[in-house]
Design a protein around this ligand. Structure first.
Ligand code: 13P
Ligand code: SF4
Length: 319
């Protein structure tokens, strides 16, 4: 009878396979702790796409969701990109199609399409720019005034970008079901209940639009609230003095990362049930199988890849 592999065996095998196959593991901040622990890099969508573009590894195992692995395949066409679970999608990315964008373009031939990185390769291919939660404001701000802009697919990130840039955008009515849980009343109640805490809010949150307005009007003190990507939250936590207390409005995987890395600071999830089931489909066993059997390859047809790469590279140049 074959012995069942222990967690330590799995970790050791993964490390061996990485060397043998010249592979790197890139993991998103929402991945479970044991997957983050075997990764060569853990970060947000922007940092992960930069790593994918720069790596000289032969294989990239992407511990994240499908659009992230696709982004790696677009930016690194000579690498083999693998995703451990084919079911790891994203409800937000599925909320807009190429046809939706082409219809808008027909009516607005001079318009500019900015698509959040949480989109399919096909949608990126019919977009002018991509953006992530950490650079969306910069990407929109550099588009010449007077140009019509369609921002897809996250409505709440779009409202936040409108407020920060003062630009009018046509917004797509998509949202992330996890960040939809972060309502204004929940965030305001917690700010009141934990007066020494600073609130870190992902701009995909349902409250982004009104909360950013309340901060701008001085009704909520600006030093108590910060909007940030998951990577921006890690940086904010790293820079804060020992003993700091944070309320975290994003998926719980990030809260767990923060608590592990900064044990002398306190991180309170705004909602313990804010779990992205797609991100949790990747397991340590899945990563091991992915490396061992080289499954599941993520590829993008060359004609789509080249057009999607243009939108991604335009974003990367703006940083
Ligand atoms: P970040 O780029 O901030 O990590 O966000 C990705 C995401 O999917 C948020 O739900
Ligand atoms: Fe998509 Fe939301 Fe999950 Fe992020 S948290 S991957 S936006 S479903």
């Amino acid at each position: 009878m074959t012995r069942r592999m222990t967690r330590d065996d799995l970790v050791a095998e993964i490390q061996c396979l990485k060397k043998e196959k010249q592979a790197v593991i890139l993991a998103h901040n929402y991945q479970v702790g044991e997957v983050q622990a075997v990764a060569d890099f853990v970060g947000d969508s922007l940092d992960l796409s930069l790593r994918a573009a720069e790596t000289d590894a032969r294989i990239i195992v992407f511990a994240g969701v499908h659009f992230m692995a696709e982004t790696a395949a677009i930016l690194s066409p000579d690498k083999k990109v693998l995703i451990p679970s084919l079911e790891a999608g994203c409800s937000l990315a599925d909320s807009v199609t190429t046809e939706d964008i082409l219809r808008w373009r027909e009516k607005h031939p001079e318009g500019v399409v900015v698509s959040y990185v949480n989109t399919t390769a096909e949608v990126k291919a019919v977009s002018d720019y991509c953006c992530t939660s950490s650079n969306a404001v910069k990407v929109v701000a550099q588009i010449p005034e007077g140009r019509e802009i369609l921002f897809v697919p996250d409505f709440f990130l779009g409202t936040y970008v409108m407020r920060q840039t003062g630009r009018r955008l046509t917004l797509w009515p998509g949202h992330c079901h996890v960040h939809y849980r972060f309502t204004l009343s929940r965030l305001l109640d917690l700010l009141e209940a934990v007066p020494k805490a600073r609130l870190l809010v992902h701009p995909e949150s349902q409250a982004s639009w009104v909360l950013s307005e309340l901060v701008q009007q001085g009704q909520v003190p600006a030093d108590r609230v910060q909007f940030a990507s998951t990577g921006g939250m890690v940086r904010a936590a790293a820079e804060a003095p020992e003993g700091s207390v944070f309320l975290i409005a994003t998926e719980v995987g990030l809260v767990q990362r923060l608590q592990r890395e900064f044990p002398n600071k306190t991180f309170m999830p705004v909602d313990e049930e804010a779990v992205c089931e797609f991100m949790k489909m990747t397991t340590l066993e899945g990563v091991y199988r992915s490396l061992r059997d080289e499954v599941y390859p993520v590829t993008v047809p060359e004609e789509i890849r080249q057009r999607a790469e243009r939108a991604l590279r335009r974003m990367l140049e703006i940083r």
